[in-house]
Design a protein around this ligand. Structure first.
Ligand code: ADP
Ligand code: MG
Length: 754
């Protein structure tokens, strides 16, 4: 099974994506297809033994689309290339619109004068003038229909040739019908004048509708281009070259040629080209563009630096640890692209509707024409009924285009995801963004989420007859094999104080309890109270309380029978954790802290940041249970954790939130990744979701309302009661306006504050 993302050209609207999806799905070897009409991409899972991307493209080419495999070389080049192409396309689109606009203006003028003459506000025009106009209009309509309106003609052709209809088909049938009718009437004016008002033609409808829709499409395409500029901004963060030390010399090389271990020199004001670790010098680095952290961050030897960030003043040398597609920036770009291209569940309805919309509208249009001709004729006479019926027919076809419907969701998602990325909130897919605003309960892990996750050893009490140094040496030897943040506290303390390491055999992680191993033939354990209890060692835990009540975590070192020592580590609360919790409370979200840590310790920390519910001393599997319990009470649960041992609970939560630290991104399974491990972004992420979903709902409302009101109005449903009809000309304007307003509304999200 292969997976590929293809760029699609020739897409105009929502119905296009469903046509492509359905056509591809019928091909042998295609498993899954998802076409996004806002990003104009198709993601296809297929069996390469049966079909190739070229064959896929062949299958949709008769319908007016082509598929291109993306050359995955350099994302920046691909995107720039695509943008240039889009800009060129836009320009030729604009030229066509520009050529049609004066013609449309002229037809409007003629229409206006006609109406004024009809109601005797103006004297009738001299005969020569009407003659000229009557000869000019058909010529203009011919140009507009066959040159500017070519895509719509092709839509009609495809409808009759392949039976596939999209919005181009609707516009095409409408405008061709108006044109053909008018042409017939002008050509056979004499014989027809007995039955029809041959003075009344619809050339102006053809001209104005096509011009409006072409103008609307142009504006829409231009605005659509703007929705995706978050990616472009990210791409510009990528430095093109790097200054590396090779054979003792500083040489500037293209960033693609940097390899792991290269020493890279960063001058003041320049951009960090790849991810790495500082080996020389120190400086403040502006990381705002990646993490959204406004203040420059100090970097010393040993600290991580991230590609795309900017060195402010000092000079640094760092060692490249992640290059090319491994860098945080590359991951972010990939994630944003994927998320922007993904489909939100709320779109399913719009997709379903637009898939059946086109045939239904065709039927409605013919139905309304028939009713006008039959019922209308008996009241108004054939000539008037035909004229109104034709206007209805064209009006329905034009106003019913599901274009705005198809844009409503994806454009808002693109803007929302992009806005998140620039604030350091990475969203995995549209579905997550759609779920997040419903969250009513947040579960947070203590270590690394509320606290910095960088505990320090603050105290040791020795309960054995051995010297302190020996006990610490045993503890160190066990902990140096562990990944837990607690272990770091011990190892960095030992490094500082020159505590010697011992050989450890049979090391084992005891989930949620601690660690064990054998040193010099004796087995030792280091961990929490639960561990001591399970070992059946008698220990007066009240000895711990004076320290744990200060928020310190005890690490109890034992052999098989006795407690040897207790080390206490303290982990400071993150800056802004308190504000983050109150921001969540302000959104009406309850916050629960889950931790495997000691109860007193946990409660102290919770109090410090204002968390009301604490569940302490839980095992990883109990974290999962706690999430389930909240869900069974009807809560939609988001869980934020470091993912080290919270993966099951993160997966169980409705939305999993990963805290990224340094250059380490995104636990793949997390729906949301908060860069810089910044918990205060959680409330912002929920706000972002609310904002985006509100935007989508507004868009869907406006898209539906146009059709809901427009179709019966254009069909003449209100004519018998109020004398209302909708001129096809206004149908065209409304239709063009609806798509533009939907995209505009999505763009508005950009300017809102998170
Ligand atoms: P949390 O992520 O909430 O800290 P964990 O399941 O990771 O929960 O750990 C639970 C508890 O197990 C810790 O609070 C600590 O008491 C103990 N523990 C885990 N790993 C170690 C270790 N390497 N050394 C000592 N104690 C440990
Ligand atoms: Mg943990």
């Amino acid at each position: 099974m292969q997976h590929i993302t293809l760029t699609v050209t020739g897409m105009h609207c929502a119905s296009c994506s469903s046509i492509i999806e359905r056509t591809l799905k019928k091909q042998k070897g295609i498993e899954k297809v998802e076409v996004n009409n806002a990003t104009e991409r198709a993601s296809v899972s297929y069996d390469e033994r049966h079909i190739s991307p070229t064959e896929m493209s062949k299958s949709v080419e008769p319908l007016g689309y082509t598929l291109h495999a993306e050359v995955e070389k350099n994302a920046a080049i691909t995107v720039n290339h695509q943008k240039e192409e889009k800009l060129r396309e836009l320009k030729s689109q604009w030229l066509l619109v520009l050529s049609a606009l004066p013609l449309a203006a002229f037809s409007f003028l003629v229409m206006g004068i006609d109406v004024l003459v009809q109601f005797h506000f103006l004297p009738a025009l001299p005969h020569t003038a009407t003659e000229v106009v009557h000869h000019l209009l058909p010529l203009m309509a011919t140009y507009v229909l066959f040159v500017v309106g070519k895509p719509y003609l092709l839509g009609v052709y495809r409808f009759f040739r392949y039976g596939k209809a999209n919005m181009d088909t609707l516009i095409g049938i409408g405008t061709v019908a108006a044109y053909l009718y008018s042409f017939t009437v002008s050509a056979f004016a004499e014989p027809l004048s007995a039955y029809l008002n041959v003075e009344h033609t619809y050339y102006d409808v053809t001209i104005v509708v096509i011009t409006f829709i072409a103008l609307g499409k142009y504006l829409e395409a231009r605005a659509k281009l703007k929705t995706g500029d978050a990616i472009e901004k990210l791409l510009t963060l990528q430095a093109k070259t790097a200054l590396v030390v090779r054979n003792g010399n500083e040489v500037e090389i293209p960033v693609e040629q940097v390899v792991h271990g290269d020493k890279i020199v960063v001058k003041p004001g320049s951009r960090i080209p790849v991810d790495g670790e500082v080996v020389e010098g120190s400086s403040f680095i502006d990381e705002a563009m990646i993490t959204g952290e406004p203040m420059p961050v100090e970097k010393k030897v040993g600290d991580a630096v991230v590609a795309g960030t900017v060195n402010t003043d000092g000079s640094l040398v760092f060692k490249a640890t992640k290059v090319g597609s491994e860098t945080l920036l590359a991951h972010i770009i990939k994630m944003v692209e994927d998320a922007q291209g993904s489909k939100a569940p709320i779109q399913a309805l719009a997709d379903k509707i637009s898939a059946i919309f086109v045939p239904i509208v065709l039927v409605l249009a013919f139905f309304s024409l028939t009713v006008w001709l039959s019922v209308g004729t008996s009241y108004l006479g054939f000539s008037v009924a035909l004229s109104l019926g034709l206007a209805s027919f064209v009006g329905i076809l034009v106003i019913a285009c599901p274009c705005a419907l198809g844009l409503a969701t994806p454009t808002a998602i693109i803007v929302g995801v992009g806005k998140g990325a620039s604030a350091g909130i990475l969203v995995k897919d549209a579905a997550t963004l759609e779920k997040l605003y419903k969250v009513t309960a947040v579960v947070v892990d203590k270590t690394g989420t509320i606290t910095k996750g960088k505990p320090e050893l603050v105290d040791v009490t020795n309960h054995s007859s051995l010297p302190n140094e020996d006990v610490l040496s045993v503890l160190l030897s066990l902990e140096q094999k562990s990944e837990h943040p607690i272990a770091h506290a011990i190892t960095s303390y030992a490094k500082e104080h020159g505590i010697p390491k011992k050989e450890v055999a049979g090391f084992e992680n005891m989930k949620g309890r601690g660690v064990t191993g054998t040193i010099g033939g004796a087995t030792y354990y280091a961990g929490n109270e639960r561990l001591v209890q399970e070992l059946g060692i008698l220990f007066d835990t009240s000895l711990l309380t004076s320290e744990t009540k200060k928020g310190r975590t005890p690490i109890i070192l034992t052999d098989k029978t006795h407690v040897l020592a207790v080390a206490y580590v303290a982990d400071a609360v993150k800056d802004g954790a308190k504000e983050a919790i109150s921001a969540l409370h302000a959104l009406g979200v309850s916050v629960t802290m889950l931790t495997g840590d000691d109860k007193n310790t946990a409660e102290h920390i919770a109090r410090e940041v204002g968390i009301d519910t604490v569940i302490a001393q839980v095992l990883p599997e109990e974290k999962l249970k706690a999430v389930k319990e909240l869900q069974s009470k009807g809560h939609v649960v988001a869980m934020a954790g470091d993912g080290v041992n919270d993966a099951p609970a993160l997966a169980q939560a409705d939305v999993g939130i990963a805290m990224a630290t340094g250059t380490d991104v995104a636990i793949e399974s997390a729906g949301i990744t908060l860069l810089h491990g910044d918990i205060s972004k959680l409330a912002k992420a929920i706000k972002l979701s609310k904002m985006t979903m509100r935007g989508i709902k507004q868009n869907l409302f406006w898209a539906f309302i146009y059709n809901l009101v427009g179709i019966p109005l254009a069909g003449g449903l209100f004519y018998p009661f109020f004398g209302w009809t909708l001129s096809p000309v206004f149908a065209g304007a409304a239709m063009a306006f609806s798509s533009v307003s939907v995209v505009g509304n999505s763009l508005r999200l950009k300017t809102k504050k998170l």
